[in-house]
Design a protein around this ligand. Structure first.
Ligand code: GLU
Length: 496
């Protein structure tokens, strides 16, 4: 099969049982890219038929996460669309009607087996080392009798009828034909005793009714994939293109990502859930770039992709189905690249909340300059407070021992600070043209190295050992603040 030439309709169909994590987000990204590159539609469908595992705030979490990643659905619970409702709990009657259609055609049957009986069969099968599956007792009930029992209100489920012999072949776009013996397939439940459909029925019905052309979903669905193919066949529907991308592995590549790995990643400052990403200082651009490349590559060498690039260059043909290890240090790397790629005004607006969160009052007059000074050295937005918060402070806290370097006395440091005040007061603008040479001469006169003076200046002005380039720092700080900080240092040094 070739990539789509006509508009693809691709759905992201999360179950609201938890928050959006990396695996789901990557699927949503691939869905979005495929839809956009073909001029098609990206659809959000909430698969909330499992009442037991329902997490009320999950749906809002998905929507916020998609919004932050820049993957807005064209159709969905909020966007609406021609196939509304997009929440499966509101489509109960549709599933029931389809299940009954399968009963009519002989592809499904009512089952009245009690949970106790099912537990007993299961236990026996386990004891005999057999696959656990329904033993087919109700397959053979005369349809009239079964219908009567249902009409009488007897508790029941609806099961899919799988032939007991032969094989089923399902075709995955990346993995080719997958053939299984029918005897290993279970007569799965389509409608539970509470009347709600399960994924196997609801998703297939919706994918058909919503005109989905490509199903991209987690590889955990591979074991039941042949059943899904049979459901499409039973209805006589044309199948979508099925794509099961790679599984995520632990960072060391050994085994599936576990709950413990997730905890470990979070403790070391790396996100598994999308909603943790903004406050950890990651850019959505970087996250998308990074996620796209876990299981997809363009040409084995290009690594920087904007969303526009991804829409243009992504192709499902280049998805790699082999399991892929998560490399978090790559995320930092991409974050740095995308930070550098931002327009400085944009970067300024993105770092503003991080200064505020760190307790600084942002001075709008200098924010763009501050942004320009630190943009290339920022890896995560969370770093900016420590790196450049001093620009927004009235005074910095001076630590005498740090101002006075090992090579000079406190007296010399005080003298240097005074001389710097005089030097800077005498020029109209403090910059490297007006001040660098005089500063070097001054060091020489005092028998010091220029580096000592620069170090003193940096500590005095920024309270930090590392800062943006000094002349740029002074330019942003302004003459007044620069001189005031030096005067204060001189006084403190003189007063011991
Ligand atoms: N609701 C399913 C899940 O969250 C969706 C699988 C699919 O995309 O078909 O795993």
């Amino acid at each position: 099969m070739t990539p789509p030439t006509k508009p693809a309709r691709v759905r992201f169909a999360p179950s609201p049982t938890g928050y959006l994590h990396l695996g789901g987000a990557r699927t949503a990204l691939y869905d979005y890219l495929l839809a956009k590159q073909s001029g098609g539609s990206f659809i959000l469908r909430i698969e909330d038929t499992d009442q037991k595992r329902y997490v009320p705030e999950a749906e809002a979490n998905f929507k916020n996460a998609l919004h932050w990643l820049g993957l807005p659905p064209d159709e969905g619970p909020d966007a609406g669309g021609p196939h509304a409702p997009y929440r499966q709990s509101q489509r109960k009657a549709i599933y029931r009607q389809h299940a009954e259609q399968l009963i009519e055609s002989g592809d499904a049957y009512y089952c009245f087996c009690s949970p106790e009986r099912l537990d007993k069969i299961r236990a026996e099968q386990l004891a005999n080392n057999e696959n656990t599956r329904y033993d087919g007792k109700c397959r053979h009930l005369p349809p009239g009798e079964a219908a009567r029992r249902v009409a009488n209100g007897e508790e029941h489920v609806i099961r899919f009828k799988i032939p007991q012999e032969g094989t089923t072949t399902a075709h995955d776009f990346l993995r080719g034909d997958i053939t299984v013996e029918n005897e290993v397939l279970d007569d799965i439940i389509l409608i539970k005793s509470d009347g709600l459909a399960v994924y196997h029925l609801a998703a297939m019905v919706d994918d058909h009714l919503m005109g989905i052309t490509h199903v991209i979903r987690g590889s955990e669905w591979l074991p039941t994939f042949p059943i899904h193919k049979r459901i499409f066949d039973a209805f006589g529907w044309e199948e979508p293109v099925w794509v099961h991308p790679s599984l995520f592995l632990k960072p060391d590549g050994k085994g599936k990502l576990s709950k413990r790995d997730i905890q470990k990643a979070r403790e070391s400052g790396y996100p598994i859930f999308v909603n943790d990403m903004p406050e950890m200082g990651f850019l959505p651009e970087a996250v998308n770039n990074w996620m796209a490349l876990i299981g997809w590559s363009y040409d084995d060498k290009t690594e920087f992709f904007t969303m526009e690039d991804l829409i243009e260059k992504f192709s499902i043909e280049k998805l790699n189905p082999s399991p892929a290890a998560i490399n978090f240090s790559k995320l930092d790397h991409f974050n740095g690249l995308h930070i550098r790629n931002l327009e400085v005004e944009d970067f300024a607006e993105r770092i503003r909340p991080f200064f505020e969160k760190a307790g600084y009052t942002v001075d709008n007059a200098i924010l763009p300059k501050v942004a320009a000074a630190i943009q290339t050295r920022t890896k995560r937005l969370t770093e900016v407070g420590d790196m450049a918060g001093f620009f927004f402070e009235d005074e910095v806290e001076l630590v005498t021992e740090r101002i006075v370097s090992k090579k000079m006395s406190a007296g010399q440091a005080a003298e240097a600070a005074r001389r710097l005040v005089n030097l800077f007061s005498a020029v109209t603008e403090i910059n490297s043209d007006t001040c660098e040479q005089p500063l070097r001469d001054m060091a020489k006169e005092m028998g010091l190295k220029a580096g000592h003076i620069f170090g003193l200046l940096r500590e005095t002005l920024t309270g930090q050992k590392i800062s943006p380039p000094l002349f740029e720092t002074m330019d942003i700080l302004g003459k007044e603040k620069t001189i005031a900080r030096l005067e204060k240092a001189a006084e403190e040094l003189e007063n011991g």
